[in-house]
Design a protein around this ligand. Structure first.
Ligand code: GLY
Ligand code: MN
Ligand code: MN
Length: 443
């Protein structure tokens, strides 16, 4: 599989390792995690490991050696007895062939083979401190090399965080990744359509969650990309609320922030709609402000702009809307510029407008870059970075807040691929316009 994107990525990492002085990289996948007796959490590979291997079995490690240019996989040996219970395992031979490694060995051999691979390597490239269990293993392998020092071998004298190289690579998505992310976005958008159509007063939040999960799964998604939020009424003002058992009531909104993971890639969508299919005038007022703020952020998203530009654009529209509706009072909050400078808007909009998204819903990658004079300005957006755009307004009851706005929570979130002159939204197969949402729910 020499045309495998995974192999090509491994070659790029090896190139970067050489530029940094060379050495050996160790990338273990995630451990299996018990949930309760005899029952594990659904297994999910480590994103860095998967990025370089395409391999989804637990108990596996990728090793890259920049001196030989070889990429090596350690994985579970074939085992007929275990395969009867737990299912197919590639085993080293088939895994090497299928995933394009130069060599593959049973994981049981790693304690003897890794010290040999590490001997005389100038540096160890590893995700330092990411896992206590893995740190212990690495220490064990390094000590095994040190124990042989009398034979003339030396252990790596430097340690570098492999994530420095991988995060930069992962930040710019290649065509394989963008294709999967577009499909994940479409499935998630279809799931939101399904939930909107299913919404009825008297149902409970978990009923709509079930509609979402059904749509994810029937389209081949392996997992939700994160814990699904289905929040009705005042619950929509709790940012990290999860789908619970609250009843959908007449006149309340439903905020759904839920999306699927497909083939290792996340999507992330939020829509807010009336439980009964018709926005009240107060809901509609705030909804249209959030929608306009999202459009302003979308318009500010393009290669060459700063990461913060969409956030600033959204905040400007939201702050103006807060003044226009009286959520913020001009006599105390001052002008639009005052509201922005003093962050007075943060009472009703307390999170940021976007984050990187990729294999992880909150994906890796620096948000700032090196500037002149030791400054760290916001990062410059480049083509094929993928970010969410997710402004909102959340109004808790308060003496100084018009009661008609109490307990309204609204967020609108889409996933955007940065392009040379703008961005491409991956998640617009579900409407955002309030009239279109009402039409969909009527139909
Ligand atoms: N659903 C997680 C987020 O929107 O950041
Ligand atoms: Mn998000
Ligand atoms: Mn979200």
């Amino acid at each position: 599989m020499s045309d495998s994107p995974y192999r090509a990525r491994r070659e790029r990492v090896i190139e970067q390792m050489r530029k940094a002085g060379g050495g050996v990289a160790i990338l273990p996948t995630a451990p299996e995690v018990p949930r309760n007796r005899d029952s594990d959490y659904p297994y999910r590979h480590d994103s860095y490991f998967y990025y370089l291997s395409g391999f989804t079995e637990p108990e596996a490690v990728v090793v890259l050696d920049s001196r030989t240019g070889h990429s090596i996989l350690f994985c579970r040996a074939k085992n007929e007895e275990r395969e009867i219970w737990d299912g197919y395992r590639f085993g080293p031979d088939a895994a090497r062939e299928t995933f394009g490694f130069d060599a593959a060995y049973p994981i049981d051999e790693i304690d003897t083979r890794l010290p040999q691979l590490l001997a005389d390597a100038p540096a160890l490239f590893y995700a330092l401190g990411a896992s206590a269990q893995q740190d212990r293993q690495v220490r064990h392998w390094l000590n095994a090399v040190r124990a042989q020092s009398r034979t003339g071998v030396s252990a790596p004298s430097a340690a570098r965080d492999i994530r420095g190289i991988l995060d930069e690579m992962r930040l710019i998505k290649d065509s394989t990744e963008l294709d999967i992310m577009a499909r994940a976005g479409k499935i998630s958008a279809d799931a939101h359509v399904r939930a909107m159509k299913a919404s009825r007063v008297g149902l409970r939040e978990y009923h709509l969650e079930a509609e979402l999960l059904y749509e994810f799964r029937r389209n081949g998604s392996q997992f939700p990309a994160y814990g699904s939020i289905v929040a009705t009424g005042a619950n929509a003002t709790v940012l990290h609320y999860r789908a619970g058992d609250a009843e959908l009531r007449d006149g309340d909104l439903v905020l759904i922030d839920a999306a699927c993971e497909l083939d290792g890639y996340a999507s992330d969508i939020t829509r807010t709609f009336p439980a009964n299919g018709k926005f009240t005038s107060a809901q509609r007022e705030l909804y249209d402000i959030v929608l306009a703020s999202q459009q302003a952020a979308i318009d500010a998203t393009r290669a060459g702009a700063r990461f913060d530009a969409p956030h600033e654009a959204a905040v400007r529209v939201l702050a103006q809307g807060m003044l226009d509706t009286g959520l913020l009072k001009r006599d105390t909050a001052g002008s639009l510029d005052d509201v922005i400078a003093n962050k007075a808007y943060s009472r009703f909009y307390m999170h940021r407008t976007g984050h990187w998204i990729g294999m992880d819903v909150h994906d890796c990658g620096e948000y700032r870059e090196d500037g002149p004079n030791g400054e760290r300005p916001w990062r410059t957006l480049a083509a094929n970075m993928v970010t969410t755009i997710e402004p909102g307004i959340y109004v808790r009851p308060g003496q100084d807040v018009d009661e008609r706005y109490w307990n309204i929570g609204i967020r609108i979130e889409d996933d955007a691929v940065v392009t040379a002159d703008g961005c491409t939204l991956l998640t617009r197969d579900v409407p955002v316009d309030a009239d279109e949402i009402e039409a969909l729910m009527r139909g």
